[in-house]
Design a protein around this ligand. Sequence first.
Ligand SMILES: Cc1cc2nc3c(=O)[nH]c(=O)nc-3n(C[C@H](O)[C@H](O)[C@H](O)COP(=O)(O)OP(=O)(O)OC[C@H]3O[C@@H](n4cnc5c(N)ncnc54)[C@H](O)[C@@H]3O)c2cc1C
Ligand code: SF4
Ligand code: SF4
Length: 425
Amino acid sequence: MSNGGPSSQTILVVGGGISGVSAAIEAAEAGYDVILLESSATLGGRVAQLNRYFPKLCHPTCGLEINYQRIKKARNLRVMTMATVAAVEGGRGDYKVTVRTQPRFVNSKCTACGDCAKVAESEIPNPFNYDMDKVKAAYLPHEMAFPMRYVIDASVAGTPEGQKMKDACKVGAVDLDEKEATFDLNVGAIVWATGWRPYDAKKLTSYHYDTQANVVTNVEMERMASHDGPTHGRIVRPSDGKEAKKVALIQCAGSRDMNHLAYCSRICCLASMKHASYVRQQYADSTVDMYYIDIRAHDKLEAFYRRLKNDPQVNFVKSKPAAIVAGEGDNPVVKGENTITRELYAEPYDLVVLAVGMESSTAGYAPPVKLTQDDYGFIVPEEADEDNGMISCGVASGPLDVSMSVQSATAAALKAIQAVGGRAR
Ligand SMILES: Cc1cc2nc3c(=O)[nH]c(=O)nc-3n(C[C@H](O)[C@H](O)[C@H](O)COP(=O)(O)OP(=O)(O)OC[C@H]3O[C@@H](n4cnc5c(N)ncnc54)[C@H](O)[C@@H]3O)c2cc1C
Ligand code: SF4
Ligand code: SF4
């Protein structure tokens, strides 16, 4: 910053999940120029992959859609997908940011007609469904994608199949020559809203997630329960497609464990209660056992927990299971000790859902800039650092639910505005 004022009043937001989208909209609606970078092909982040929101079990796309309408109206807000930060230099009020974009091979003329997908032969793992199924190599990221624009996978660019896709497009939207590109931006503040990833369940070796088809994670459960998920909303056993009516939910799978994530991921108890509701709503004769260390339902969400406790077909078992082993007929068997009754158990289930924790997407990876990260990789810029124009929000700063993420995003927008506005000292 020179002469006490910023050289740029533009605010950069990195990460287009609910937090980044909220921060960008708030700053733009306050009159500031904002650039929103998202590394994937669409905005929405992990929220777009949820089936329902607790506690009301409403559909997350409603909230996202309202935000997309606000983005369309904000002329001073520019969205770039398939883009991320390659380097940052400078300081508060005057950052030079190098942005790197990946080719989508489809330009803004795309009308999302789907003709390119009709001629596609290759299939790729579907990241939207956590690779539980496949999509064509020309695909719309999901039905509520923003921007509503197809993507052509890099594996078919430069092949006869890619050419067929180009020939099928009537509006000239396929650009197979698109390349990775970098360019520089001058911005006054940067909001990091890079979010989270689910903890890798394969690391929980005694639960054998990688060898038992009927042991899934909580994020996979969200996709299974979704009408546009791999099973079209049916909660079934992945091994044979049969209805999953006896289900175990394993809490703290990786969290609150010094060998994995030492902290409480805060959201997974509530997410599992939501999963119990999905199962109970789908099958009247279902039973759900929730294995827990203790239940964490923060604030007014305690009422959601109480509602579920009144259901006699949902059992709460105080125990951290020791192992999940293969049983007869592909039934995973949950083994451990009930810490209230002191009884040992070995219970077979149709389906076991691991409530894996939320890990910062910057954990174990060094962002291309010096950021203050806590012991777990969450970005926590020093409050006292007056020269810092970098702010974090949402789950990039720690495990939060959506309403807390949005609150932190609004606070981050205000701090970014202060950084570019040359706050009086
Ligand atoms: C199983 C489960 C169920 C849940 N259900 C609920 C619920 O019902 N209700 C509720 O309130 N909360 C729920 N949550 C929590 C909710 O998912 C989070 O609060 C929410 O995702 C936080 O949004 P975010 O924008 O901070 O992060 P994210 O959703 O992770 O978004 C981050 C975005 O940043 C992008 N990104 C990452 N790195 C970069 C980079 N370097 N450059 C550019 N872009 C980048 C990502 O692609 C992503 O789009 C649930 C969590 C779990 C684990
Ligand atoms: S790229 Fe062309 S063919 Fe494919 S969906 Fe877009 S407009 Fe349709
Ligand atoms: S929220 Fe519940 S399941 Fe998640 S880590 Fe905390 S106590 Fe464990």
